[in-house]
Write a protein that binds this ligand. Structure first.
Ligand SMILES: [Zn+2]
Length: 144
């Protein structure tokens, strides 16, 4: 962490907001995504390398967490107050759940990429050793 201390501090909140808006965390103007969840390799405006991002499963995890905290209390409240048939629950909560999940996935991923960029995580750290491939930790013979 000694190398990270020499790097200039980046505004994590601003980078996450820019990412949430699907914009480059550095300049806030370039597009962050080239497809629904595919991050561009470089910002088209400032040239910042964004292919270092390693959001992996985190966006899905946070989307499930957020959507679950919205839909489950609503479904429980509707059940307790109105006790509707199950078909009404299906018609209410399935579209809401799918819509919220699809609507939040890209902004949440953008915010995570912005956070990783602002904190110099993964390849965003210029002091990190650049390796084109992850180091081989086990030889094929180790599996025998
Ligand atoms: Zn940019």
């Amino acid at each position: 962490m000694a190398e990270a201390a020499t790097l200039p501090a980046r505004d994590v909140r601003q980078a996450m907001i820019r990412g949430f808006r699907s914009r480059c965390p550095r300049c806030g103007r370039g597009r962050l995504f080239r497809a629904f969840l595919k991050v561009v390799d470089h910002c088209s405006v400032c040239g910042e390398a964004l292919h270092h991002q390693r959001a992996d499963d985190a966006p899905a995890y946070f989307v499930i967490l957020i959507v679950g905290h919205i839909v489950v209390p609503l479904a429980l409240a509707v059940e307790v107050v109105f006790q509707p048939p199950y078909l009404v629950h299906l018609v209410l909560w399935l579209p809401l759940t799918v819509g919220l999940a699809l609507g939040l996935l890209q902004p949440i991923k953008g915010a995570i990429v912005g956070c990783q960029w602002a904190l110099y995580m993964h390849g965003f750290d210029p002091n990190a050793a650049s390796e084109p491939h992850p180091p081989q930790t086990r030889s094929p013979e180790a599996n025998r």
